[in-house]
Design a binder for this molecule. Structure first.
Ligand SMILES: *Cc1c(COP(=O)(O)O)cnc(C)c1O
Length: 222
């Protein structure tokens, strides 16, 4: 695996699209991230707060860090000083804590609502109903230091392209619906984060604005 070559290939693939690449670097050593950085990659995704904080401390400051994994409220403080986007928001309580910690650091944190789109039991996320309930909560207006910038979803791990395609279409429709209902005045609600190594091509066709790719860039994780 030549990480720099892989990054350049993704840059080419995405050149004429409005889709961005999140390089998913969880479990990878600093040197691997540095190689991706050297090839021009600036958005990195991690799934553990402390691992992200350690890596951020030893890499250049112009990296956009995205949290992708389920985040416990007591871990938000580790990443609040620098994290760009938390893609895995799955409760109002977490959103409250992100707002509080972002406020303490005098900054804004972008948040994506993670929506449950897969037909698998183990995935975290909000059902559409739960997401609607969250977005209709009155206290949401009081948050000062978060910006809800879109939705994120993980498709079922299956060889059925039809199923994956349906799940991506579902997420796109949820985005359109939420945009109309809750964010018609907000130009910042614009991200649909979907697509990983195995299904990013389908995701791009279905309107992804952010693909999250790990193993196709860095190789298999241990
Ligand atoms: C690990 C992970 C990815 C990347 O998975 P690959 O199959 O290695 O591309 C993408 N999104 C989330 C939420 C992840 O946890």
């Amino acid at each position: 695996m030549n990480i720099e070559d892989n990054i350049r290939q993704f840059q080419k693939r995405l050149a004429n699209t409005s889709c961005k690449l999140v390089a998913v670097s969880k479990t990878q050593p600093i040197e691997a991230l540095q190689q991706a950085y050297n090839a021009g990659q600036r958005i990195f995704g991690e799934n553990k707060a402390q691992e992200m904080a350690q890596k951020a401390a030893s890499l250049p400051p112009d990296i956009e860090w995205h949290m992708l994994g389920h985040l416990q409220t007591n871990k938000v403080k580790y990443i609040a000083p620098f994290v760009h986007t938390i893609q895995s928001v799955d409760s109002l309580r977490l959103l409250e804590e992100i707002d509080k910690q972002a406020g303490k650091n005098n900054r804004f944190i972008n948040c994506l609502l993670q929506i449950y789109i897969a037909q698998e039991e183990t995935k975290f996320g909000l059902s559409v109903e739960e997401a609607r309930e969250l977005l209709a909560t009155e206290t949401l207006q009081d948050f000062r230091n978060i910006v809800i910038t879109g939705v994120m979803g993980i498709a079922t791990n299956t060889s059925s392209e039809t199923q994956i395609q349906q799940e991506f279409k579902f997420l796109k429709n949820i985005f359109i619906n939420f945009k109309k209902t809750y964010f018609s005045e907000s130009s910042e609600f614009k991200e649909i984060s979907m697509g990983m190594s195995s299904d990013y091509q389908l995701a791009i066709v279905e309107g992804s604005t952010m693909i999250r790719v790990g193993s196709s860039i860095f190789g298999a994780r241990n």
